[in-house]
Write a protein that binds this ligand. Structure first.
Ligand SMILES: [Fe+2]
Length: 599
């Protein structure tokens, strides 16, 4: 039984394939077409999923699409009558979804008559809920989905039990925690789709000085979230996402009103300096989000009586809030799958069909994120050949795994910046040890080095550590697993000298805990680094430079050549840019004694 989930004509277009209840492959379209947050039709992701399973379009039994035009149809019609633009957007969305079977057949050069799959429409937030609960380790859990807007709702909550979910409630347009965060992100001068995480990073530099005002911007009426609509404009002209077809880049219009500027002062222009006031607005934005989220979760805890929680939707990427849930709401375990945002809708829609529509029992648990493409040694070598690496100024070695791990750990300990390309690409926006850039977390200067030489990011954004799972409690004030880098915890004060390059200004880290099973090779590398230095963690940032994370070997090599990484490890190949004898000597003589000095 093959079920393909497709998130199409929406940001974070993606595909996921579930065969007999097991996830076989999942990937975002941006990894293939190289457009960040790519919207449109996920043709390459679908092709990849089918190829990974060795099947064709004709072998699909079901296709699940995470959008249901009939959901909240009455409210949609009311808005359509009031807003002609909204009506046009709806009509366009309906038309594009109606043609998905034909689009699939055309894209895969198949006769539409060969498609025997049944098509299903799954409401946006039900797909989010399914993406969290049905792949979680829990048999019973409270489940919450929260984001900007999908099928005219912004939030939905449920109890998940076995292979069923019981939805308890939802919050409808225009009230939305996601819209609130995005509107204020725009006000702060960050207009690109997906910039909210930058503002979350900025918040740590400020004080929540505007809390009274923000309690008007977003209010709570009983258990209901209510936006102060005078601060917003999306309820007047719609908030439908559009995308430029040529570039496939998703675009959202302005969501805040002039009244917000009248109350808080003029919005920051994107090229203007970031002042303390902007940091304080970001801090207030974050604190108010947390207040609302924790209230909602406390009510859900009471309503469901569940000890476990699953989160999905864009708000579930707020690792700062996630990390505080344990101390604010009495949930004992929390699961957030790595593609918690809209990319995860394809996964959720497919599992929704398997369990809710077909009534099949649970039998899959997402214990790692490696659901994207992998490449053979010959494919890696072909990419190296294509770029003439064997002829130009590089030292190249092919090493057995043990030596490869030892050499790489030694280079990291000596201060080198290492591109690490291994196994199948990650599902979701976080590099988790397969498409990562790695560095020494003990060196305070490493954040600047990474930014100057490779990443070119805003200086206020922190880097994150990957840490051996069993060491998390020794280093952090919480030890709940964070295998997908979706929780930020305070670093214990006495450990701050160990991880200065991976610690945010407020003393927290957005950590990845690495256990024995999820990624054995990456785990060995960190173990070796710990043996050399006494610190069981490395800085782990995504393998890219202001582009989607690299996916294929050629993209990794291009990024390596374009930036100033010292070393590229791809499969069993180690590629080093040649440098002076002095610099080389310092790398090769790195030792635990040197490490102690830098601690
Ligand atoms: Fe969503």
């Amino acid at each position: 039984m093959n079920i393909l989930g497709i998130n199409a004509y929406h940001a974070n277009a993606s595909a996921a394939l579930v065969c007999d209840g097991q996830l076989v492959a999942a990937a975002e379209e941006e990894r293939f077409n190289r457009v960040k947050y790519a919207a449109g039709f996920p043709l390459a992701a679908i092709r990849y999923c089918l190829k990974a399973a060795g099947i064709t379009l004709a072998d699909l039994d079901h296709v699940a699409v995470p959008r249901n035009p009939w959901a909240r149809i009455g409210t949609k019609l009311l808005y359509a009558l009031r807003m002609p633009r909204f009506a046009r957007e709806r009509a366009r969305a309906w038309a594009s979804f109606a043609t998905i079977p034909e689009e699939l057949a055309r894209a895969l050069e198949t006769n539409p008559n060969q498609i025997r799959a049944r098509f299903h429409r799954v409401e946006h937030h039900r797909a989010h809920l399914a993406s969290a609960f049905f792949v979680s380790p829990f048999d019973r859990a409270a489940v919450l989905s929260a984001d900007g807007l999908g099928d005219f709702a912004s939030t939905m909550w449920a109890t998940g039990e076995g292979s069923r979910m019981r939805v308890h409630g939802s919050i409808a347009f225009p009230h939305s925690l996601g819209m609130y965060y995005t509107a204020l992100t725009q006000y702060l001068g960050f207009w690109n789709f997906g910039d909210e995480y930058k503002v979350m990073g900025l918040a740590a530099y400020g004080e929540p000085a505007y809390l009274e005002e923000f309690r008007q911007i977003v209010r709570v009426d009983g258990t209901k979230l209510r936006l102060g609509l005078e601060y917003f404009s999306h309820h007047r002209h719609g908030a439908e996402m559009s995308w430029r077809e040529a570039e496939k880049t998703p675009v959202l219009g302005r969501l805040f009103s002039d009244y917000l500027g009248a109350r808080l002062g003029p919005a920051r222009r994107p090229d203007a300096p970031i002042e303390q006031k902007h940091k304080d607005v970001a801090a207030t934005l974050q604190v108010r989000l947390e207040e609302i989220l924790f209230q909602r979760l406390a009510a859900l805890h009471t309503q469901t009586g569940a000890k476990e929680l699953c989160l999905a939707g864009g708000v579930a990427f707020n690792c700062v809030a996630n990390g505080k849930i344990f101390s604010r709401v009495p949930f004992e375990e929390i699961f957030v799958q790595p593609a918690a945002g809209d990319a995860g809708l394809s996964l959720g829609a497919a599992f929704y069909v398997w369990h809710e529509v077909l009534g099949r029992p649970r039998g899959f648990q997402m214990s790692h994120a490696c659901w994207g493409p992998g490449y053979s040694a010959s494919e890696i070598r072909a990419a190296m050949d294509e770029r003439s690496l064997f002829e130009d100024g590089f030292d190249i070695a092919e090493l057995p795994e043990e030596q490869l791990v030892q050499d790489t750990a030694r280079h990291i300990a000596a201060g080198d910046v290492v591109g690490w390309f291994s196994g199948r690409a990650e599902w979701g926006p976080r590099a988790l040890g397969n498409r990562s850039i790695l560095a020494d977390p003990r060196r305070p200067e490493m954040k600047d080095i990474l930014n100057r030489r490779v990443k070119h990011r805003e200086s206020f954004r922190p880097f994150a550590p990957s840490i051996l799972a069993e060491s998390a409690a020794e280093f952090f004030e919480h030890a709940h697993p964070s295998p997908f880098m979706t929780f930020a915890y305070p670093l214990r004060r006495e450990k701050r000298p160990s991880l200065p390059a991976a610690t945010h200004v407020d003393g927290t880290c957005r950590l990845q805990t690495v256990d024995h099973d999820a990624n054995p090779r990456y785990r060995k590398l960190i173990e070796e680094f710990a043996r050399l230095t006494g610190v069981p963690a490395v800085v782990n940032t995504s393998f890219n430079d202001n582009e989607p994370m690299v996916c294929a070997p050629g993209e990794a090599i291009d990024c390596f050549l374009r930036t100033h990484m010292d070393l590229l490890v791809m499969g069993n190949y180690v590629i080093r840019k040649r440098r002076s004898a002095d610099a080389e000597r310092s790398v090769l003589t790195a030792s635990p004694q040197i490490s102690e000095v830098s601690r």
